[in-house]
Write a protein that binds this ligand. Structure first.
Ligand SMILES: Cc1ncc(C[n+]2csc(CCOP(=O)(O)OP(=O)(O)O)c2C)c(N)n1
Ligand SMILES: CC(=O)[C@@H](O)[C@H](O)COP(=O)(O)O
Ligand SMILES: [Mg+2]
Length: 648
């Protein structure tokens, strides 16, 4: 079936859309038909691949209106977080790519400059679009380029601090800039905080616009006496705003507010966008939408409106087709609740992701002991410091990649004060479908340098439970417990424990010490078996607590001919790097080879595919280890340095 035939199957009009110009000339009726066809297309395609179906069903009309009012790519359309850019991709010639959405070599789940000149922001971290927009608008103003800048930001993303830093600057700069607040009242779950309340007060005050229309109608029958009448009307409008509709907050900031407008009414959104486009300064267009709009399983999904099913799902019910497995997240959630039952000082913090991180389980039993701070990881870290200063032991549960933005808070607000805060990093390492800005590969390097902070990398459910308890028993500084996405690894018992280090396998020969970090424990066992077939003996160890590097690793290394480390994190500054430094410091002159993820922007795909591409499979590592140890046999007197040249 050709792309055209396939697309046309989802609707005659959609098959005619090759670019934004094709929707500019459509009538209102055609747009309504096209919107329905786009919804049909999204549900059909994303139900096969998985992806952010809920958010994108909520922005169909919004995106149509944006592409009709503005001229992308001359005008720049920015999407905060970018998970809601599928409709934008459909309208900019990429319908054919949806069969391989979020798959290796296929369409990214986020904007991608490599895919299209219409795309700009590739980072999937929330709350950045307004800062990009501020900078872009300043650049166009300075270069004298008459180009519109439009940023779509969700109500969830708007709870991120960067948005308010940007709004402060946008107001001052006064450049022409359109901020479309896509207000569906939810992040995953209902959006929290004062801002959310403010937005809902605006949503619930459409009366403001109706009162204004009434006044306009009334005055309209009176012959206008020029400017004074306009002044009267404007004063009435101002009075109404201050009295009836509290959006004065934005206007007091110096940013014009337009709305609330029905985000599913293309004509209404177009009208608001045209007004904003021609205003000549920064304007907020407050669009009220519904996440999952037009698709009952999403609209009725109380958890997260089918925010982002990770794989194929049943179109009728929205239920994932893949059999559920016991995930690392579930093990964490259960053990945290068990600990919380025993320890009233343990509290939880989530950054708008209670369900995906497992904190929701604690919240259901102890709602008063869980804080959802919104998409605000920096605040989460320092608020946790406050909780710890108040005598509690907070558990901050976030995806590994999102803690990157709170480095300073972890370093100085938590660690410098030696506070008992535990950061639980889910989705650590290579995740897969969400691509490079979601890869949790930086934490063991970035947070490994924090004085007094200890990082645990459990290898299975048993060690996750154990190391979480050890973390919560640590009261003289911060701790981190990090584990990957997906199904939890099968329990891998230790033969013995040397300090914090678990010995998983050993042999009469001590040719190789293989340091298998975290979930790579099973990989280590498979490598040992393969290398043993070549006649070499491998001791496989799991450090459990990986930063700072346990001294016992250095002692173990001294009795082997070669040390190899393998980790699901960047090599530079990682566990292997740190171990090399420890060996040098102890003058233990045993060659070290450290394997890990090159510090780079790795493409999206499945976790297994990306790890294989990086040579992080049992077969590849076994081949490498055999090569190294046999080369040592050939040149016994040549001591190679304790680390390979950094390859990044
Ligand atoms: C810094 C950061 N933290 C957490 C996330 C995970 N995340 C992805 S989308 C989302 C919810 C976004 O809500 P909103 O901005 O309202 O967009 P909507 O999905 O409602 O369209 C979250 C928390 C993220 N992408 N970035
Ligand atoms: C956009 C975003 O940050 C999240 O929605 C992410 O896509 C979820 O990833 P998981 O599927 O691993 O929960
Ligand atoms: Mg939202």
């Amino acid at each position: 079936m050709s792309v055209e035939e396939d697309t046309a199957n989802h609707g005659r009009l959609l098959g005619t859309v090759r670019g934004p110009q094709d929707v500019k000339r459509m009538s209102g009726e055609e747009l309504d038909v096209l919107a329905a066809e786009i919804r049909d297309f999204l549900i059909a395609k994303v139900s096969r691949t998985g992806g952010h179906v809920g958010p994108n069903l909520g922005v169909v009309e919004l995106t149509l209106a944006m592409h009709r009012v503005f001229d992308s790519p001359r005008d720049r359309l920015l999407f905060d977080t970018g998970h809601q850019a599928y409709v934008h991709k459909i309208l900019t010639g990429r319908q054919a790519g949806f069969d391989k959405l979020r798959q290796r070599g296929g369409l990214s789940g986020y904007p991608s400059q490599a895919e299209s000149e219409h795309d700009l922001i590739e980072n999937s971290h929330a709350s950045t679009a307004l800062s990009y927009a501020d900078g872009l608008a300043k650049a166009y103003a300075l270069r004298g380029e008459a180009r519109s800048v439009v940023a779509v930001v969700g109500d969830g993303a708007l709870t991120g601090g960067m948005c308010w830093e940007a709004l402060n600057n946008i107001a001052t700069a006064g450049n022409s800039l359109v901020i479309v607040v896509n207000d569906n009242g939810r992040s995953y779950s209902p959006t929290i905080g004062g801002l959310a309340d403010h937005l809902s007060s605006l949503r619930l005050n459409p009366g403001y616009e109706k009162v204004l229309d009434t006044v306009k109608d009334a005055l309209g029958s009176t012959p206008l006496v020029g400017k004074p009448m306009y002044e009267v009307l404007h004063a009435v409008k101002k009075g109404i705003k201050d009295a009836v509709a509290p959006q004065a907050m934005f206007e007091d900031l110096g940013i014009k507010y337009v709305g609330p407008v029905d985000g599913h009414d293309v004509a209404a959104v177009e009208s608001a966008l045209r007004a904003a486009k021609n205003f000549g300064g920064p304007v907020i267009v407050h669009a009220v939408t519904r996440k999952g709009y037009g698709y009952r399983p999403a609209e009725e999904d109380e958890a997260d409106c089918l925010h982002g099913p990770g794989s194929a799902f049943d179109v009728e019910t929205g239920a994932l087709l893949a059999a559920p497995s016991v995930k690392w997240t579930h093990v964490f959630a259960d053990e945290l609740l068990a600990i919380a039952d025993e320890r009233p000082d343990v509290v939880g913090i989530t950054a708008a992701m209670a369900e995906p991180t497992g904190i929701a389980k604690l919240a259901r039993k102890y709602p008063e002991r869980v804080y959802d701070v919104g998409i605000a990881e920096q605040h989460a870290a320092t608020s946790a410091a406050g909780l710890a200063l108040g005598g509690l032991h907070p558990v901050v549960a976030v995806y590994a990649t999102f803690l990157n933005r709170a480095f300073d808070q972890v370093l100085l607000d938590v660690a410098m004060h030696k506070l008992p805060v535990t950061f639980v990093l889910d989705r650590a390492g290579i995740t897969g479908p969400d691509g490079p800005s979601h890869y949790g590969i930086w934490d063991m390097s970035v947070f490994g340098v924090v004085p007094g902070l200890r990082i645990a990398a459990p290898r299975d459910a048993a060690t996750l439970r154990e190391e979480l308890r050890e973390a919560l028993a640590t009261d003289d500084g911060p701790t981190v417990v990090r584990f990957p996405t997906g199904a939890v690894a099968a329990d891998l018992p230790a033969l013995r424990r040397v300090g914090p280090v678990d010995v998983l396998a050993e042999s009469a020969r001590t040719d190789v010490l293989l340091v298998a970090v975290g979930s790579f424990g099973q990989l280590g066992m498979e490598v040992a078996a393969r290398v043993a077939e070549q006649g070499y003996g491998v001791t496989v160890v799991d450090p459990r607590w990986v930063r700072p590097v346990p001294a016992e690793l250095v002692e173990l290394a001294a009795s082997h001919r070669l040390v190899v480390s393998v980790e699901d994190g960047v090599r530079v500054g990682g566990v292997g790097d740190a171990l090399g430094q420890a060996l040098r410091d102890a003058d233990v002159r045993v060659p070290l080879k450290d394997l890990g993820v090159p510090a780079d922007w790795h493409p999206h795909g499945t976790r297994a595919q990306i790890l294989a591409d990086l040579g992080l499979t049992a077969q590849d590592v076994a081949r490498d280890v055999t090569g190294w140890i046999s080369r040592l046999d050939a040149t016994p007197d040549r001591l190679t340095p304790t680390n390979t040249p950094a390859q990044n």
